[in-house]
Design a protein around this ligand. Structure first.
Ligand code: GTP
Length: 343
């Protein structure tokens, strides 16, 4: 079965990190999230993958090419203008089979797809939506279902006590090609806000079933940091590309660590990084490839992207420092000051 990955959006909520980078390409432990996703799908036997791209499509294509190095066949569906989550699926129609999977490529997850596919086969709807449970449904569109799992409606941002469930659309679908007849050609259309409600109104068979396993929408800075924390806490089983050199410390090649440096696990340090005299790195910190932590700095609970430089005795906590950016705040830095990037 083919999978379509929606990877063309602007990622505005994650700016400035996404100023020059598609959101699914943001690094998660030294690799673009999209690479982790493609490998995860390949490991479940999904080797034919279509990428629906628009915003900085060149960065995705130049990184993955035809997918051979990852053991998959990649095709690209380009959009001339942003078509929205439904329009992007319609635009890729010619590359898809009769039944296919769709993923929002910015959803970080680790789930077994077999139960979702079996549910879809068993219920024979036009669409099966993977549902994930949230603690507080008041910020989301919550689903109301029949006993058989058919979705009757989405209740947008219900008061907590009035929510019919705490299950929300996880951004993972199994779809029949016939569902695409309900999407207009060449105009921006949202699958969540337009297509699914229309299919439901017309009784076309939109089902929902819970997915089990790690799930996180990485669309905001807080959630992006949370994903890293969850890997360190063992909640999200991500395969790291750097070896563990001692308990809770993963290090790449050619790292320079000066005297009098404290490494407080858990920490992951990328290839060619430099940690200078008197600095403290960690806990819960990822240092990107070739990043430099200058003398007497402290970096904790943070994600430092490749080639960034932290200087001037700066103390960082809860920060994301973008590719190649230099931080010279001097004293203790608030996170808001530091979510700046230069790609
Ligand atoms: P925000 O601007 O922060 O809301 O991010 P976004 O629009 O990039 O992401 P959103 O969460 O709205 O979309 C979910 C997924 O669909 C993301 O992986 C997006 O890249 C993708 N997506 C959104 N709009 C489009 C589109 O018009 N075309 C394509 N190909 N993908 C899209």
């Amino acid at each position: 079965m083919k999978a379509l990955l929606l990877a063309g959006g602007l990622g505005t909520r994650l700016r400035p990190l996404t100023e020059n980078l598609p959101k699914p390409m943001t690094p998660v432990f030294h690799r673009p999230w999209l690479e982790h996703l493609i490998v995860h799908l390949r490991d479940q036997g999904i080797e034919d993958i279509v990428l629906a791209v628009k915003y900085h499509a060149d960065k995705i294509q130049s990184y993955f090419g035809d997918g051979e190095s990852l053991g998959v066949n990649l095709q690209y569906a380009y959009e001339r203008q942003l078509l929205g989550t439904a329009g992007a699926i319609k635009n890729a129609q010619a590359m898809l089979g009769d039944t296919f999977l769709v993923f929002n490529a910015d959803i970080i997850h680790h789930i077994d797809l077999q139960p979702l596919l079996e549910f879809h086969r068993g219920h024979r709807g036009l669409v099966t939506i993977g549902l994930t449970e949230v603690e507080d449904p008041s910020q989301y569109g919550v689903v109301q279902r029949t006993k058989l799992g058919e979705i009757i409606r989405f209740v947008e941002k219900p008061r907590r006590e009035e929510a019919p469930s705490n299950l929300i659309n996880a951004g993972i679908y199994v779809m029949e090609k016939a569902a695409l007849d309900w999407i207009p050609e060449s105009r921006e259309t949202s699958i969540e806000r337009e297509t699914f409600p229309t299919l439901i109104e017309n009784g076309m068979g939109v089902y929902g079933t819970s997915i089990h396993g790690y799930w996180m929408d990485m669309g905001t800075h807080e959630r992006y940091l949370q994903v890293h924390r969850d890997v360190f806490d063992g909640k999200f089983p991500l395969r790291l590309s750097t070896p563990m050199v001692r308990d809770g410390v993963w290090m790449g090649r050619n790292i320079e660590i000066a005297a009098n440096v404290r490494i407080e696990p858990p920490v992951v340090i990328g290839h060619g990084a430099v940690i200078e005299y008197g600095s403290t790195v960690g806990p819960f910190t990822v240092v990107g490839d070739q990043a430099v932590i200058g003398p007497d700095c402290s970096v904790r609970n943070s994600v430092i992207w490749p080639k960034a430089r932290i200087k001037g005795r700066t103390q960082l906590s809860g920060a994301i420092v973008g590719h190649g950016f230099t931080v010279t705040v001097g004293e203790t830095a608030a996170r808001e000051e530091l979510e700046a990037v230069m790609q």
